[in-house]
Design a protein. Structure first.
Length: 180
């Protein structure tokens, strides 16, 4: 078994390369994310319970809109927590195909990409001054992919929040294997 940094492991078999990218494990941040989720959930439940006591129509509409935003962010926070707790990325290269799966506690859909149709394999550059790149690279979201390619005109991204050194090494490995 080979390793690229702390989070990426590589296992080679005959005619197959398996790559596993773990999520960043920061127990303090993960605990804070859980606390955020718990408190956010409690706030939503309290507002929902109190909404039955409101008689003014305008206030009811405002509370319903607020609950819609609350539900969206409840989902996003839950998704981020579950990803940080149980998630990992799996990449397999075999039979001239790239198999990619975002695995969450053993669940996830495997996407298959044939080498012949993978075009413009590249590293996604981060702009340190960009607000969006800063948010995507934060612990609280599931985003910040670092490697991309085009497949039948659609952009496919992988390698969530991998640092620059690991990105470069992973890119070289994938590029070498796909070109063979």
């Amino acid at each position: 078994m080979e390793y690229i940094g702390k989070r990426i492991s590589i296992k080679r078999k005959e005619q197959e390369v398996s790559i596993v990218i773990l999520t960043e494990v920061n127990k303090v941040k993960r605990t804070l994310l859980f606390c955020w989720f718990f408190i956010w959930s409690a706030c939503g439940v309290i507002v929902f319970a109190q909404s039955f006591m409101i008689h003014d129509e305008n206030t009811k509409v405002a509370v319903i809109v607020w609950l819609g935003f609350w539900a969206y962010f409840e989902y996003k926070i839950f998704r981020a927590y579950v990803w940080r707790r149980f998630g990992l990325e799996k990449i397999k290269l075999r039979d001239n195909k790239l198999f990619y799966k975002r695995d969450v506690a053993g669940k996830g859909k495997i996407k298959v990409f044939e080498y012949d149709f993978i075009k413009d394999f590249r590293i996604i550059d981060k702009n340190e001054r960009s607000f969006i790149d800063s948010v995507n690279d934060s612990y609280w979201v599931v985003a910040g992919e670092r490697i991309a390619f085009d497949y039948y005109g659609k952009e496919i991204k992988l390698a969530l929040q991998v640092d620059d050194v690991e990105t470069e090494a992973l890119y070289k490995l994938l590029k070498k294997e796909i070109k063979q």
